[in-house]
Design a protein around this ligand. Structure first.
Ligand code: KG4
Ligand code: ZN
Length: 338
């Protein structure tokens, strides 16, 4: 009997400042094109209005390139997927409208995808893949969550931040150090030559499996203000030690709760997702945590950690297998429940 071939899907991601398109066929990602909007650097953060315009400029060439690289023609597509929520509304509207137009023109189904669910399912793009159930620490610019993943489409949030996200904490501290947006990767870079124990910042004490990062941000701000008063060159002279100490505190805060959750739910397969999972300190600390407890650790490839359409495509693949389609009248939403 001929084996059933899985669907060929075009997926679009436009929730923040990355315009991305990917093609997946039979569960394999054939292309994943990402256009980053560097225009936001000069403003110290993503400017929503500018992001929407940049998506409009990028979306046609990005989709064209994704099809071309995959060697798939539009007539070979069986569904169009897009990020439905959460994200910047104007940015989401660009991807959603484009996806709807294409689905209607080609007379194929539309699949709306939850961005945070997709970050988790980035683990299923390539081998080695975790077995279910696994525990995922999803850390991005807007979210910090511990997610229990029972199957591709069954997830439960066990804990999350009550204020800032981990990526936001990295970016806000980077701003204090006069580094451009997004500052997370730069903190990571400076931290590599710094002493993580040079300065001590408090690890928050939040109930259950939740997180808080606003206290760390404030502690770093007061610390820097005090030091700069004594020595105006303090930041420039000590940037590596400051970055290493802040990164150490953020990673320790994340892993304290993640370890607690894994033990509480007796999970032995752990993974990390979202932009902050690109952080080398976090990756190393996770490997060590796994080693210490005899857990298997899964770290997706860098291009699947930050925002990308391949993760939307793999999620759409499972949704299509489960016949979970989205009505053409669906509208995106800035916030979203699971
Ligand atoms: O998942 P993502 O690309 O977009 C959102 O959905 O938010 O995550 C972006 C976040 C930013 O806060 C960025 O500073 C952070 O991920 N980030 C990092 C690193 N690379 C990206 N933070 C720390 N270290 C990194 N290497
Ligand atoms: Zn994201």
């Amino acid at each position: 009997m001929k084996e059933q071939i899985g669907p060929t899907i075009l997926a679009i991601e436009s929730s923040c400042d990355e315009t991305s398109a990917a093609i997946i066929s039979d569960g394999k990602v054939l292309s994943n094109i990402i256009a980053t909007q560097s225009v936001h650097e000069q403003y110290g953060g993503v400017v929503p209005e500018i992001a929407s315009r940049a998506h409009l400029q990028h979306i046609v060439p990005v989709v064209h390139q994704a099809l071309q690289e995959a060697g798939i023609s539009k007539s070979g597509l069986e569904a169009i997927a897009f990020t439905q929520a959460p994200g910047l509304l104007g940015s989401l509207l660009v991807g959603a409208s484009f996806a709807k137009g294409m689905a209607q023109a080609l007379d194929i189904p539309l699949i709306g995808v939850h961005h945070m669910q997709a970050h988790v399912l980035a683990h299923l793009i390539e081998d080695p893949k975790p077995q279910f159930p696994f525990l995922c620490l999803t850390v991005s610019g807007g979210h910090t969550q511990i997610v229990l993943v029972r199957s591709p489409l069954e997830m439960e949030i066990l804990g999350e931040t009550i204020d800032d996200a981990a990526g936001e904490a990295f970016d806000k501290v980077a701003k204090m150090l006069d580094l451009p947006y997004p500052g997370g990767p730069l903190i990571d870079k400076y931290a590599q030559t710094g002493n993580p124990l040079a300065y001590e910042f408090p690890i928050p004490n939040i109930p259950e499996l939740n997180f808080s990062f606003s206290g760390i941000k404030t502690a770093v701000l007061y610390f820097l203000q005090k030091q700069v008063k004594l020595n105006p060159e303090f930041i420039r002279e000590n940037i590596s030690d400051i970055a290493a100490s802040v990164q150490y505190t953020i990673v320790k805060t994340l892993l304290k709760k993640f370890e607690k959750a894994a033990k509480q739910y007796k999970i032995k397969q752990i993974g990390v997702a979202g932009g902050v999972s690109a952080n080398s300190g976090l990756r190393k600390a996770l490997e060590d945590l796994g080693h210490k407890n005899g857990w298997e650790v899964f770290l997706p490839k860098f291009e699947y950690c930050t925002d990308n359409a391949a993760m939307i495509a793999i999620t759409a693949h499972y949704k299509m297998l489960h016949k979970e389609f989205t009505d053409l009248r669906a509208i995106p939403s800035a916030r979203a429940e699971w």
